[in-house]
Design a protein around this ligand. Structure first.
Ligand SMILES: [Ca+2]
Ligand SMILES: [Ca+2]
Ligand SMILES: [Zn+2]
Length: 435
């Protein structure tokens, strides 16, 4: 009798702990990273080095139009590792998850209307899409979903030992992580209330892609009821719209939590996300403003996918977050995506500086400069001769004022440069004068 009682007590404690902690531990990423850093000193430093490298690549991309003329189509495999019928989720749920990912990473989600006006200009289309792999590692046709009867340890798969990621530990082996985004779906509760986690890239910037710590563990893990949109498995409605996968793939592509996993003194390394002193736990509190920002104070960006807000109010990435993820797909995560020519990525920074032309070219004396920038923005131009002397210029020109007559009649024959700048973007055009 005593034994039965203590088992019941343990079960009760487990249920109450997991129930209360589901609300508190949306994502285990930072916790598993800290544990990994203890096991492998220097791990967090390598993650930071990767992030900084991606940031430098993203900065270069800002002045390179061709870097924005692509869409990355990420090849995915979902490994469903189940212990009962409910956990063996149907393929239709995975299809709905792919739909959510493709909406949110292309900013085609219906709830973009909920992005507050103050953040609308920096909410960005990532130009990243997701598809289920059609060929398995042996070259055989596949629907990109595996189902495995798993053998977890006590009370579910343990996020700290990654046992869902290997057949040897009762899970399912990764497909080569340099070619596939592996997403394991299982019962990851284990009494911890973790709904998902992912390892960000940690290969040193000068190493080949996907050569980070234990590449067989690279990928995303999701607790099965948070997969897909309105999946009927019992779960809190605040996490039932498939946004956990959007969040975890953000980590997998190098993004950090929007509050920097610390108080107002910690930043996420992204300048267009406001400071925030903690997660917004499955709430939609638009009045929240936990930290002063400089020079302008913004409210907390609770609609950012990298917060913990209610799925029903997560609806945006920022331009700079998008820059990091796209840079990771060129560097640390190269190889997992097919690159296709874009039909026009919304929020591409080139949308701001849309077109610059000079004509006629070659010219005799007067050159017409035509500049089209996004309405509401400003630009400047400068004209230089071949030895870099500035001849003409004008600053802070309104978007509506887009024609300029450049008088070069007093200049000798030769090559001249016309430089147009809007924000951080610059376009240089050459013009030839022939007398
Ligand atoms: Ca920030
Ligand atoms: Ca603030
Ligand atoms: Zn997270």
């Amino acid at each position: 009798m005593k034994k039965i009682l203590s088992a019941a007590t343990v079960l009760f404690l487990f249920i109450s702990i997991s129930f209360s902690q589901v609300i508190q531990k949306r994502c285990g990423t930072f916790d598993v990273m800290k544990v990994r850093d203890q096991q492998e000193p220097g791990y967090l430093q390598r993650v930071n080095a990767c992030f900084n490298n991606a940031k430098a690549v993203a900065d270069l991309n800002r002045s390179n139009r061709s870097a924005w003329d692509t869409i990355y189509r990420v090849r995915c495999v979902f490994h469903i590792v189940y212990t009962n019928a409910e956990e063996n989720i149907p393929d239709s749920v995975i299809y709905s998850q792919i739909e959510v990912l493709n909406e949110d990473y292309r900013r085609l989600n219906a709830d973009t209307v909920k992005t507050r006006a103050i953040f609308k200009d920096i909410a960005a289309d990532a130009g990243i899409e997701f598809y289920l792999a059609t060929t398995d590692p042996n070259g055989q046709p596949t629907n990109g979903i595996t189902h495995t009867l798993g053998t977890p340890g006590f009370l579910g798969f343990n996020p700290f030992t990654d046992d869902m990621k290997s057949t040897a530990t009762g899970g399912e082996d990764a497909w080569p992580t340099d070619r596939y985004l592996n997403i394991w779906v299982c019962n990851v509760l284990n009494g911890l209330g973790v709904l998902g986690y992912a390892f960000p890239p940690d290969n040193a910037p000068n190493w080949p892609a996907n050569s980070g710590t234990d590449s067989a563990k690279q990928g995303v893990v999701l607790h099965y009821p948070v997969v897909g949109r309105n999946f009927s498995a019992p779960i809190d409605p605040t996490v039932a719209q498939g946004k956990s996968a959007v969040h975890e793939i953000g980590h997998y592509l190098g993004l950090r939590h929007i509050w920097g996993d610390g108080d107002c003194t910690e930043d996420d390394g992204i300048s267009d996300t406001p400071l925030s002193d903690a997660a917004h736990q499955q709430t939609c509190d638009t009045s929240s403003n936990t930290c002063p920002d400089s020079p302008l104070d913004f409210p907390d960006m609770i609609e950012n996918y990298m917060d913990y807000s209610d799925d029903r109010c997560l609806n945006m990435f920022t331009e700079e977050q998008v820059g990091i993820m796209r840079a990771m797909l060129q560097t640390s995560r190269a190889g997992i995506a097919t690159v296709v020519t874009a039909t026009g990525i919304k929020n591409n920074p080139y949308d701001i500086l849309q077109n610059v032309s000079v004509f006629p070219n070659p010219s005799k004396d007067m050159v017409t400069l035509n500049v089209q920038v996004k309405s509401g923005t400003h630009y400047s131009y400068e004209v230089f001769n071949a030895i870099g002397e500035k001849l003409l210029g004008e600053i802070n020109i309104q978007a509506s004022d887009n024609h300029h007559q450049l008088d070069l009649a007093a200049q000798p024959s030769g090559i001249y440069l016309v430089k147009v700048t809007s924000g951080e973007l610059t376009v240089v055009k050459k013009v030839q004068l022939i007398r």
